[in-house]
Design a protein around this ligand. Sequence first.
Ligand SMILES: O=C(O)[C@@H]1CCC=N1
Length: 256
Amino acid sequence: MRIGVLGVGALTEAIVRGVQKSKSPYRWCLSPRSAFRVERLLSLPQVSVAADNQAVVDQCSTVIIGVRPNDLQALAAQIKLTPDHHLICVAAGVELKTLQALFYPAKVTRMMASIAAEYPGASVFFFPSDAALSTCFSNAGFGVQSFSTEAQFEASMLSVCVNAWWLDQIQALAQAFSDETGMSLVDAVELLARAQQESATLLKQRRSTAPSVLAREIGTPGTFTARGLYHLKERQAEKPWVDILSELLKELKSMP
Ligand SMILES: O=C(O)[C@@H]1CCC=N1
């Protein structure tokens, strides 16, 4: 299969790289914008660049739309689509029905991923679920999760945001380790990366145990962990996180 990409940005570049590094690579046809990214991707086997956006949709029935939300309308006006086209749109916060109207008569699926898509172990999210797409990405080694409602799909986008928020917290914690112990910042980040990996392992291996119960299995009374859990709870450390998630979810729900 040959997959087209209209709008090669950081995310679509990561997706192409991730798929091409996998055991199940595809052929790709890229739109010519973002010259430096396209140039880098052309060094990979099976990647070509088209003369213009219409040439991408003429050559590929499956096309990832990577342009920014504000540029969707202009893109839609430039290309002629058929009912055989399947567009996979990674624009955050643009509803399926808006995309369907913009890109009529093509079929549209919304997709979310992060720049980690370049590396093994990354996941992609879809709405609505699509068996062929799920197979395509799971063959390429991705975790695949689909959602039955669009609000739940928006949560997958926010899970990508949450990851960025964690990374900023990790920076502050690593800096504290480095300042207090003299270890390099790189070693401190490595240490915290291992710890994060272990929480992911616990969450996956012990799915029927609530995260807060797992936390208290580590932080039994009298431990250093328990002191930290109490300190953070007392200051409602989770509150700003929950507040911004709710605010963004409300905003997404009320989008036209
Ligand atoms: O924050 C954003 O709008 C995009 C979507 C998910 C991550 N970044």
